[in-house]
Write a protein that binds this ligand. Structure first.
Ligand code: HEM
Length: 508
């Protein structure tokens, strides 16, 4: 008979004792008033392992346990995860009990690399607002510049012009092959930053664009402060290059020729006492906000508009209906596109739903502390909210029609919601719609592989709210044939003081 060596027996009994202790700890430290704690295989540790699956982890837990809200216990912190769509507005209304400002301060300190003085500004109470007043006052400071009205129109007009110029250049090169994501990334980064930063835009230097895409993958390592100088060296160096370029920009007063948005952000920094190179460091947060989601969003909206023949035909038809032809000149007013192209807008929202990976996070400032999380993928895969075909990309899902059940608006988290609702949504949407509308009326597309194969997204990091594709899509583009072939394009934005419905907050 074989016997088990005593050392192995010792390890097994040690593990069993640890397991019993952890289970005991979980049960006896869980308050009856808290949402139920999930019975995970190894208390405290299993959730940490599961989180590697990112958004899918929370979707799997929703499907397995079917709870409206639950507690996940990981070492040192409680996470309260909201599944129920109805609970979202209730949680979002508790603006200071469930507060994003402390989290934003942490992001700002670590990711932007604030100096010791800058760190103090991020956490302090200024003018009696309360702690973290920098973050709390930020939204108010930039609000007029990004809300529908003349200031936003001015920034939108510049972005429309830059997108239109990029497509003019592309038209002069077509037919040609294109690596779609690489190209979209480059052109959208340029158009967006030109519109925001103006004629002295630091991103007009290709090296600074490259630096941003080197910086981005290290954001989470920087945020968690996981030895970034060792584990995210490339990112730290790239951040330094961006900060140097933006320091030159602010010192030479480049922002004074930029958008109302960059000016409002700059004024906020100065009013809060930010000085020296921190003015440039604090811009890093703004750069992440404007670039990280806009580029994958533009890619996916374009991809889904051109890779489905029916969607392409229907979308083209509604855009062509907005074109005014006068001799050789075809004029397209983007304000009309926004108002009269419901299929294109639906593809945009469906792309954000289908490829959305963002989670809204709030810090609990009372009782046991911890964090409340609203994972976007849980809402975006909800059958009660979207119906049985929730797993499919439906290009007309968001088009209002008597034949179709309207998706529950609260369950659309493409732009987040509540106090952290994306303030740049109207700007970003105008740019993406302009870009895709022009692409599909001006060009024809053939996948180089002979068929459209939708890239997977499971390699996406956690820094953005829309997953970029794992690999690029190669296409052959050619000038579009048809009634508008050979026309000269005049793209305008006549202006609007009304936004379009992009989140439930826009409806209320
Ligand atoms: C299609 C492109 C974009 C998408 C999908 C998007 C989405 C989002 C989401 C999901 C959030 C976080 C919401 C939350 O945590 O609940 C957010 C925050 C933010 N976005 Fe956007 N965004 C886009 C483009 C932009 C642009 C172009 C700007 C600037 C002009 C911008 C400015 C911001 C800012 C400043 C925040 C932080 C808000 C806060 O925490 O107070 N975004 N965005």
């Amino acid at each position: 008979m074989t016997t088990i060596p005593s050392s192995i027996l010792l390890v097994i009994s040690g593990l069993a004792a640890t397991y019993v202790f952890l289970r005991f700890l979980l049960t006896f430290t869980q308050d009856a008033k808290e949402p139920p704690a999930l019975e995970t295989a190894i208390p405290f540790l299993s959730p940490m392992i599961g989180m590697r699956k990112k958004g899918k982890f929370y979707v799997d837990l929703r499907d397995k346990f079917n709870l409206p809200i639950y507690t996940l216990r990981i070492p040192l912190i409680r996470l309260y995860i909201i599944n129920s769509t109805e609970l979202i507005p209730i949680a979002q209304r508790q603006v200071r009990t469930l507060d994003f400002a402390p989290m934003k301060a942490k992001v700002a300190m670590n990711v932007m690399g604030a100096s010791p003085d800058g760190r103090k500004i991020l956490v302090r109470d200024q003018n009696g607002v309360e702690d973290f007043s920098y973050a709390i006052m930020f939204d108010k400071a930039i609000h007029p510049a990004v809300t529908p009205g003349p200031q936003l129109d001015a920034m939108n007009k510049l972005s429309v012009q830059k997108v239109s110029e990029a497509l003019e250049t592309l038209a002069s090169q077509a037919p040609r092959p294109l690596r779609l994501f690489e190209w979209v990334k480059k052109e959208i980064t340029f158009a967006t930053t030109e519109a925001v930063y103006g004629p002295k835009n630091p991103f007009s230097d290709a090296k600074i664009q490259e630096a941003y895409w080197k910086f981005e993958p290290g954001i989470i390592t920087l945020l968690l402060d996981l030895y970034p100088n060792l584990l995210a060296r490339e990112s730290v160096q790239a951040r330094k290059d961006i900060v140097d370029a933006f320091n030159d920009y602010f010192v030479s007063r480049g922002h004074e020729q930029g958008s109302a948005f960059v000016q409002a952000h700059h004024r906020h920094k100065i009013d809060q006492g930010v000085t020296g190179k921190d003015v440039a460091r604090f811009e890093i947060g703004g750069i992440i906000a404007i670039l990280s989601n806009t580029t994958p969003a533009a890619f996916w909206v374009l991809y889904h508009a051109i890779s489905d023949a029916t969607a392409l035909e229907e979308c083209r038809r509604e855009i062509i209906a907005c074109c005014r032809v006068d001799g050789d000149i075809c004029t397209l007013d983007i304000t009309e596109v926004k108002a009269s192209c419901p299929i294109l807008l639906s593809i945009l929202k469906e792309s954000l739903r289908f490829h959305g990976i963002g989670t809204s996070v709030r810090v609990v400032t009372q009782d046991h502390g911890g964090m409340v999380m609203i994972p976007g993928p849980v809402q975006h895969s909800s059958k009660p909210a979207y119906g049985e075909n929730v797993g499919e990309f439906q290009h007309k899902r968001f088009v209002r029609s008597p034949e179709r059940k309207r998706p529950t608006p609260i369950a659309f988290r493409g732009f987040g919601g509540g106090s952290t609702l994306c303030p740049g949504r109207h700007f970003a949407t105008t740019e993406v719609l302009t870009f895709v509308a022009l692409m599909i009326v001006r060009f024809d597309f053939e996948p180089t592989k002979g068929e459209w194969i939708c890239p997977k997204t499971d390699k996406a990091g956690m820094q953005g709210t829309i997953a970029p594709p794992n690999e690029d899509v190669k296409v052959q583009i050619a000038p579009a044939t048809g009634e508008l072939a050979g026309k000269k394009w005049n793209v305008v934005l006549s202006g609007s003081d009304k936004g379009i419905e992009l989140s439930v907050e826009d409806i209320q």
